[in-house]
Design a binder for this molecule. Sequence first.
Ligand SMILES: [Zn+2]
Length: 211
Amino acid sequence: MIHLQKLAEPVVLVNNGATWTAEFLSRKAAGTLTPVVRFRYRHPTIKQCLREETSEKCAYCESKVSHVHPGETDHILPVSEKPELCVSWENLTYVCSECNREKSDYFSDAEPLVNPYTDEPSDHLYFVGPLVLHRDAKGLRTQRQLKLSRTALVERKQEMLERINLLVHQWNETGEGPTKDFLREEILSYAEDGSEFAATVRAYLRTVGLL
Ligand SMILES: [Zn+2]
């Protein structure tokens, strides 16, 4: 998980957010919610904007969300607890189906999860090899609730770290010159915001002195 920044609110939300929220709340109170009203937050323009915002990665586990396993628009705070935030731009993000399922309707005012937009995730989580461990109670809750060290993620991160490790080895063995510079650039590209598992890669590159 890395820190994320909200992009500008999509025009469709600027123009319709208040009306959509009012309709959602009144229909919910009356017990007449329809799928159209309930799922307006999944509007394709909103989703596209969220995909851009997260570089097409899950906001929590940083998996690249592919067309094979399409990502989902998620309420950071669940609508079951915060219906007034049903189409709030600040409350929407893009996640993989696994994290969405694990997070479910978790909500606690007193014990919130790490929010990648308002928190610096590395203040709460350690990225150790392919694992995600916790620094504090908020990190522990988040790591456990989202299962951030689940087997499928650990295996994919391990493969990625082994691949980068080979490049680092090659970089170490190469004498000064354009080839070494090129290798360094390639290695560092894995740590960019848009790269998969950037937090994991950054932690590794710090241990080998490349960051
Ligand atoms: Zn995820």
